[in-house]
Design a protein around this ligand. Structure first.
Ligand SMILES: *Cc1c(COP(=O)(O)O)cnc(C)c1O
Length: 373
């Protein structure tokens, strides 16, 4: 019997489901004919970037025919200063997802395994399975010893076996919005063997204001197996440009650099990221708008008597109390795009990104209407 194309793919790839992104507004317009919809589905900054970023982008037009700086000198120099590390500690990525994939490509193989928590960010299983490596999924907290649905570091430690080469930790995690404190996370990193690469994904770092929330970047000099990732896609408002980075000791960065595509971060993204780092006011404003929006959304959800997972990110996952696919669909018809999260094992939940006040209002009104129908 001739094999199908699917059967020719590696086993890991055969078992993969493609990443399901938030529905773009253009698709909603195309498929439903709905105009003026709001998208609260991909944890983007609703303000977009500041004016300095737009000027930096314009300045790049003249060089469009040239390859970007494959070593990202300008951006790495700024990041090195910001984090007080040598430039050799920084790996730029086409989004931080790219850095996560570099880790998988460099350290995983068929026969090895990656550990991550249930309900963790969807890219961890994708990059692991794409290599043909095994996913050791640790059960999350059930609410008795830690925040329900949050990463259980003891369970994650128990899931590390002889084949484990990588541990992925999202702090805070998406789509749960749960976070790990300084002492517990640091003590976990101390306990893990240096033969295992520990990735701490801080995609929402800028949003978190809780006391006891750690900056894992400060531990890099102590742990040769630690990689901390950040992104410009969330609080910095550059999601479309695809730029993120990882920070680790130079020896680990050297390994990641070997599997990196030569020009993985384009010149627009590099210039925009430099400009975004320069505009602290816009970042602070973005964080403030998020805090106020979170309060607005949480108040609104409570007024509707809905359960939600307390979140420190720019999103919140809410138990809609009935088939979330139907609520999602009904919200689309009201011109509001949110994110189904059943693929994350959060049955009954939808994830809502924090938007501008009028967008949050629009969502809350639409949800009230849909739930009353
Ligand atoms: C959004 C997100 C990322 C990164 O996205 P990029 O756009 O690729 O930088 C990484 N981790 C988590 C947990 C996220 O939610």
């Amino acid at each position: 019997m001739r094999k199908t194309i699917q059967q020719l793919a590696t086993q890991g790839v055969q078992a993969l489901k493609p990443y399901a992104p938030g529905k773009p507004l253009s698709e909603l317009e195309r498929e439903y004919g709905i105009q003026n919809a709001v998208k609260l589905a991909s944890n983007e900054n609703p303000l977009g970037p500041g004016p300095g970023v737009l000027a930096a982008l314009r300045a790049q037009f003249d060089d469009v025919a040239r390859y970007p700086d494959g070593n990202g000198f300008g951006l790495k120099a700024v990041l090195a200063r910001k984090h007080d590390v040598p430039m050799e500690s920084i790996t730029l990525g086409n989004g931080s997802n790219d850095v996560l994939e570099l880790v998988a490509r460099a350290f995983l193989s068929p026969g090895s395994a990656a550990v991550f928590s249930a309900h963790a960010f969807a890219v961890y299983p994708i990059v692991t399975q794409a290599i043909g490596a095994r996913c050791n999924v640790a059960p999350a907290h059930n609410g008795s010893r830690g925040p329900k649905y949050g990463h259980d570091l003891d369970a994650m430690e128990s899931s590390i076996d002889a084949q484990t080469r990588v541990v992925f930790i999202a702090n805070p995690n998406n789509p749960t919005g749960t976070w790990l404190g300084d002492n517990e996370l640091r003590s976990f990193v101390e306990r893990v063997s240096h033969d295992v690469i520990v990735v701490i994904d801080e995609a929402y770092f800028e949003y978190v204001g809780e006391a006891g929330y750690p900056n894992a970047m400060a531990w890099i000099s102590e742990f040769p197996n630690l990689l901390v990732t950040r992104t410009f896609s969330k609080a910095y408002g550059l999601a479309s440009l695809r730029v993120g980075y990882g920070v680790c000791q130079p020896e680990l960065a050297d390994v990641l650099n070997r599997v990196r595509q030569p020009f993985n971060v384009n010149s627009f993204a590099q210039a925009a990221a430099v400009a975004a780092l320069d505009d602290k006011e816009h970042l602070q404003h973005s964080v403030r708008v998020n805090q106020e929006g979170m309060r607005q959304l949480v108040d609104g959800l409570q007024a509707l008597s809905l359960e939600f997972i307390p979140s420190v990110g720019n999103f919140v996952s809410v138990d809609v109390g009935r088939d979330p696919a139907k609520v999602y669909e009904a919200l689309l018809h009201e011109g509001v795009v949110v994110r189904p999260v059943d693929n994350y094992g959060l049955q009954g939940y939808l994830r809502i990104s924090i938007g501008l006040p009028e967008e949050n209002r629009r969502f809350l009104d639409a949800l009230a209407q849909v739930l009353a129908a």
